[in-house]
Design a protein around this ligand. Structure first.
Ligand code: ASP
Length: 437
């Protein structure tokens, strides 16, 4: 029998009804032996996530306000869940203990981690699984950096002792036992670490969407789901904004060759998306389209630039000195452009352009601040003729003005730059050209 590690996100454990769904999912497959949970998320759009409320308690304390009323909201939610789930884990005792810690100087990581901790205890009781606290198993150094090897050793030794276990996501501890959390959304990382530690055959990541879609459903109506995607394709798409999974969750399972299956708790029969390194049957030429708005292009022209040694190096040094990272660097014989996200340039554009004028003395420099980038990604594009022609024809027919083109050397990603207000039209045009409805 194989082993699956299953991670449930905040919306999957938002209340007792959702946890009952999770129970059915887990118990319907004996291979689902290790369960990682987030803290309860939103039950409806205006609701609050428990993690946000816990951070809010910390903000109150730091500003010398009492966190009492916020903490009461948290207590009420857990008490209600305990009651509606029909278990008795004496949650009041835990809540009281946490209340004792809500004092000046309390660590944000400790307080934030309690959301997952309490949820893990509840879920373990509901399933009749062992509760395994990751503090002391997921190891961080004294400066709060995760230590992957030490974690693997401790986690695999401990989990070998359990047939079934529920492990709260998001946190571990440093050598002094202080709780340390991953960055937001970090329960995905815990799931991945657990999957690697137990040598799982599959890491199922259950959320509130049925995997990835070929395009953003807010832009394209009913986009086709992506059944299989490689890690490289995923990286390209998530860089462009298609995010379902925490970035750091990929590495541990990828290294161990464990596929990730993104699934939907509210639609458990949907097979979702499988992420793996195994080349997959393509459902089409492209795997997905994603994009982001609000980039700035700094376009520099200088006669004989191509023979001026170190020109681009000096340009990049200016960015480095101003602590700016760039996205793309398309170049021609006497021209070079840098594309930078507007956020990255905030408050720095004037300094950068003055530096460029002074140090590089370009003949002309144009700044364009309303550019969107769109990535069309797919292993299926590799070595196929006519893909770019098809893409550009589609954009031209939709009256989209292409401001930039960049085809990565991997040949599985074509990036085009268009004006912000043509972003939606461009994505729709590319989708219609490549995806059969
Ligand atoms: N509860 C944490 C957050 O809201 C971690 C997670 O859900 O993955 O960021």
């Amino acid at each position: 029998m194989g082993t699956k590690v299953v991670k449930f996100g905040g919306s999957s454990v938002a209340d007792a009804i959702q946890i009952q769904k999770v129970k059915e999912i887990v118990l319907s497959d004996p291979e689902r032996r290790f369960v990682v949970v987030s803290a309860p998320g939103k039950r409806f759009p205006e609701d609050s996530k428990i993690t946000d409320l816990l951070y809010l308690c910390k903000t109150h304390i730091d500003n010398n306000f009492t966190p009492e009323h916020v903490f009461q909201v948290i207590c009420d939610r857990y008490r209600m869940m305990e009651m509606n789930l029909g278990v008795n884990i004496h949650i009041d005792e835990d809540l009281q203990e946490i209340r004792q810690h809500l004092k000046p100087g309390i660590s944000a990581d400790y307080i934030a981690s309690r959301g997952e901790y309490l949820c893990g205890k509840l879920v373990a009781a509901v399933f009749g699984f062992d509760f395994v606290d990751p503090a002391g198993l997921i190891k961080f150094d004294a400066r709060g950096r995760h230590m992957p090897e030490e974690t693997q050793k401790a986690l695999s030794e401990e989990l070998a002792k359990h047939e079934h276990a529920v492990i709260p996501g998001f946190y571990g501890a440093d050598p002094d036992g202080n709780i340390v959390t991953f960055t937001r959304g970090g329960s995905d990382v815990t799931g991945s670490l657990v999957a690697k530690a137990v040598g799982a055959d599959m890491y199922e990541n259950w959320t509130d969407v049925s995997g990835f879609l070929k395009a953003d459903p807010r832009i394209v109506k009913d986009p086709i789901p992506i059944k299989n995607i490689t890690y490289k394709e995923l990286r390209e798409l998530s860089y462009m904004g298609a995010s379902v999974l925490h970035e750091d969750a990929v590495f541990p399972v990828r290294e161990a060759n464990i596929p990730i299956n993104i699934r939907n708790t509210n639609e458990p029969d949907n097979p979702g998306t499988i992420i793996s390194d195994t080349p997959h049957e393509h459902t089409g030429i492209i795997t997905g389209i994603a994009g982001r708005k609000d980039f700035t292009v700094i376009s520099i022209y200088k006669n004989m630039m191509n023979s001026e040694i170190g020109f681009v190096k000096r340009l990049l040094a200016i960015l480095e000195q101003n602590e700016i990272s760039f996205e793309h660097l398309p170049s021609g014989i006497d021209t070079v452009c840098v594309i930078i996200s507007n956020k990255e340039l905030e408050g720095k554009l004037q300094d950068v352009t003055e530096d460029i004028e002074r140090k590089l003395q370009p003949d002309t420099m144009d700044i364009y601040q309303d550019m969107a980038l769109i990535a069309t990604v797919g292993m299926g594009m590799n070595r196929r003729l006519g893909i770019s022609a098809k893409l550009f024809t589609a954009l031209t027919n939709a009256n989209v003005n292409i401001r930039m083109i960049d085809q990565g050397s991997s040949e599985m990603n074509i990036i085009v730059g268009v004006e912000n207000d043509q972003f939606t039209d461009a994505i729709r045009a590319i989708y219609d050209a490549f995806v059969e409805r």
